[in-house]
Design a protein around this ligand. Structure first.
Ligand SMILES: [Zn+2]
Length: 241
């Protein structure tokens, strides 16, 4: 049975991707932690997904260098350095004084890690649920950020780069089955697949339950409304305090 890598953030897109391939593939779910607030909840959701799938294993990876760059002085280089993971930064390389920021353009890095995992586990394909459609944008919500790193052109460019880097016998494909779908259309697929949507985590915040106020929570709610579906998680998501 062919093995493929699914890049999972614990959300609905990842779950739809996984179940699309679950029947006739072994799946390696990869969750990356790089300083995002909801990382623990994302990982828990991905672990739950891996238990539901018939042939799946989970590989959680931590990228402390990206956390350092993203969080600067708050949770970044100093904290990571104190654990000895990457060492204490030198005077000339200290990023601990930088302000926290959401890094742009990290999709190529995430895909690159996915390809490396594929090479390690003998997988032929890396699947990502990224979409070109700005979540919430088509629903009247302001898109959170321009997502130039999610565009089809970026995927094509990376595929060419990986082909050039890897020998033909170790070629790894990148597939983006949801690229041109709206969030509502993805929700409709999830309902059709009868997925456990209550365990899919999409909130940007940390905590035991979704905040219901962040852009991702609003976009999820709007997508379910447009898909004429009921979000099972909405009945168990108290307002964040
Ligand atoms: Zn939220």
């Amino acid at each position: 049975m062919e093995n493929i890598v699914i890049l999972s953030g614990g959300g609905i897109k990842s779950a739809v991707c996984a179940w699309r391939y679950a029947k006739d593939h072994e799946l390696t779910l990869v969750h990356l932690s790089f300083g995002q607030a909801g990382s623990s909840a994302e990982l828990n959701a991905t672990a739950e997904l891996s238990r539901e799938l018939p042939h799946a294993k989970l590989i959680p990876l931590v990228l402390p260098h990206v956390t350092s760059l993203q969080h600067g002085g708050e949770h970044g280089a100093s904290a990571v350095g104190a654990t000895g993971v990457v060492g204490t930064p030198t005077h000339n390389s200290d990023v601990s004084t930088l302000s926290p920021v959401m890094l742009a353009g990290i999709a190529p890095m995430i895909l690159s890690v996915g390809v490396q995992v594929a090479l390690r586990v003998g997988a032929s394909t890396v699947v990502t649920g990224i979409t070109q459609t700005a979540e919430g944008g088509h629903l009247g919500l302001a898109p959170p950020e321009p997502r130039h790193d999610n565009r089809r052109e970026m995927i094509h460019g990376l595929a060419i780069a990986f082909d050039a880097l890897l020998a033909a016998k170790t070629r790894v494909k990148i597939e983006t089955p949801l690229m041109d779908l709206s969030y509502a259309e993805i929700v409709q697929l999830a309902v059709r697949f009868d997925l456990s949507l209550e365990t899919c985590w999409t909130c940007c915040a940390s905590g035991l339950s979704a905040c219901n106020t962040c852009q991702q929570c609003k976009a999820r709610s709007q997508a379910f409304t447009q898909a004429r579906a009921v979000d099972p998680a909405s009945t168990v998501m108290p307002a964040h305090s």
